[in-house]
Design a protein around this ligand. Structure first.
Ligand SMILES: [Zn+2]
Length: 52
């Protein structure tokens, strides 16, 4: 069973809901490595990708 809203990542000072610990880990790694700009650019190129 899926627990909705159970996981949240703080991304750019904003709480973002994430679907699983995998996504949470990815967002944390992006922030720790200073790759936010690269990540957001890649995300814009692939609009089907979302946090959820
Ligand atoms: Zn996920």
């Amino acid at each position: 069973m899926r627990k909705e809203g159970a996981l949240k990542a703080t991304f750019q000072q904003v709480q973002q809901p994430v679907c699983c610990y995998g996504c949470l880990a990815v967002l944390n790694a992006i922030q720790q490595n200073g790759l936010i700009d690269d990540y957001l650019q890649a995300k814009q190129l692939n609009e089907s990708t979302s946090f959820e």
